[in-house]
Design a binder for this molecule. Sequence first.
Ligand SMILES: [Zn+2]
Ligand SMILES: [Zn+2]
Length: 152
Amino acid sequence: MDTDLTGSCQCGAVAFTVATAPLLTYACFCHSCQKRTGSAFSMGLIIPTEALQLSGDLTAWSRTSDDGNSNTRYSCSDCGNIIYGVGESSPGLAKLQAGLLEDTRNVEPEVYIWATSKQSWVTLPAHAQPFDTQPDDAMEMLAAAQTYREAR
Ligand SMILES: [Zn+2]
Ligand SMILES: [Zn+2]
């Protein structure tokens, strides 16, 4: 994927650039992601929080995720689009919503989490090694992404 990714919310009030290549791309099938997207799964990029440069007004909202950690989400104050989230367990890493990128054609999940609540019709790539829930340690996600890239 290219460096210097750019994106925006639906209404355009919030725009961002990411000054570095994402650490990994993931798909999450947890119920919270299904609720907030109204869909089967969410897709996000994990990036260093400091690499995210934003303009526009954001609203913060915190919830407890399925694994018991507090997560704070930042949404556009106008249209409500979720832009990114930061978990208390790894404050240096932000989860950026992949669908907000200007160019989403090359976005491919490398790590698949909360496969226990995945719908049966969703078929993962043969070389994917999904997690039933999600690893506590972000390094496990990185290792899984590396394995996925090598098998691709
Ligand atoms: Zn907006
Ligand atoms: Zn999720």
